[in-house]
Design a protein around this ligand. Structure first.
Ligand SMILES: Nc1ncnc2c1ncn2[C@@H]1O[C@H](COP(=O)(O)OP(=O)(O)OP(=O)(O)O)[C@@H](O)[C@H]1O
Ligand SMILES: [Mg+2]
Length: 282
């Protein structure tokens, strides 16, 4: 049986055997996140949304007696976003962005608008700030700008925020969406400090507005075409969700905390500067 290994960014091992992909970790601490990922995937498998495909879970192993924790699922012979965007017409691609919007819209419809105390944000912000300060390798002035800007925006918000709480993918970037002729395949679900579909809008715009997944691409691609497509998608997404007050009011604070959470993982100065510039554009 042929076995193929894939490099992921989360530190998990991915192995393909025939039509099955096995995602595992040896880390006892990461096991819990991977298990939550598997649970979310099972939840969405039951939802049956048209043209949105979730890989079936084939087996799971969370037993401490075994060294590798994880699960196996269906493997899809699908395109990544770069291949798919490069080889299809914009009209055809628009249908795929509509599918992504319909996934988020479904989750908004099944969420409940919930009052969340600002302290929840403050706590998350303090955790993120501490992580950044522990990894600090760039000038304090840059961080001061980021922290001041965030704190000022948080201060301006009312004490209670009304946010749709419900199911969401959690890491809805293009690196976790695969493309088939008529369907999209969602993989790599993630738990979050607040389970809200707003997080998915922030994540997809991390790619359409901030072009984050492009920074991770190692192969050659048509930069002009891909950037134009992403800009076009970004305007569709932004215009679509603008009808929601929660989006208009809280997008920026969520997007800021999202970009701040990436900072500790950045190893190159060029990417770090890019992130700061994007933060300033919010
Ligand atoms: N069910 C699947 N069918 C086809 N390909 C898959 C499947 N699951 C994962 N892959 C491939 O493996 C890659 C990495 O998978 P995944 O995103 O789950 O890993 P990760 O290490 O958690 O994430 P990342 O690399 O996004 O940080 C995907 O981008 C995709 O190419
Ligand atoms: Mg992934």
């Amino acid at each position: 049986m042929k076995q193929i290994y894939i490099d992921g960014h989360s530190g998990c091992n991915l192995e393909i055997y025939n039509n099955t992909i096995l995602k595992t970790t040896v880390s006892d601490s990461y096991k819990h996140r991977l298990r939550k990922q598997c649970q979310k995937q099972k939840f969405f498998l039951k939802q049956k949304m048209s043209n949105i495909v979730i890989p079936e879970i084939i087996s799971e192993n969370w037993d401490n007696s075994v060294q590798k924790f994880g699960f196996s699922m269906q493997y899809f012979y699908a395109n990544d976003f770069i291949n798919f965007f490069e080889s299809n017409s914009i009209c055809y691609l628009k249908d795929k962005i509509r599918l992504i919007i319909s996934f988020i819209e479904y989750n908004i419809a099944t969420s409940k608008l919930t009052k969340i105390n600002k302290q929840v944000f403050l706590k998350k912000y303090c955790d993120v700030k501490n992580t950044i300060l522990n990894h600090r390798f760039y000038s304090d002035n840059t961080f001061k700008y980021i922290f001041d800007s965030f704190e000022e925006e948080l201060y301006q918000l009312q004490n209670v925020l009304e946010i749709p709480i419900g199911q969401c993918h959690g890491d809805l970037t293009f690196s976790n969406i695969l493309f088939l002729k008529n369907d999209i395949v969602l993989i790599d679900f993630l738990d979050n400090f607040l389970e809200t579909p707003l997080q998915d809008i922030v994540k997809i715009r991390q790619d359409t507005k901030h072009k984050w997944s492009l920074l991770l691409i190692k192969k050659e691609y048509d930069e002009i075409k891909i950037n134009l497509i992403l800009d076009f998608f970004d305007s569709i997404i932004d215009n679509y969700f603008n009808k929601y007050k929660f989006y208009r009011t809280y997008y920026s604070i969520f997007a800021k905390i999202n970009l701040m959470r990436i900072i500790p993982y950045v190893k190159q100065e060029k990417i770090f500067n890019y992130l700061i510039q994007e933060f300033k554009s919010l």
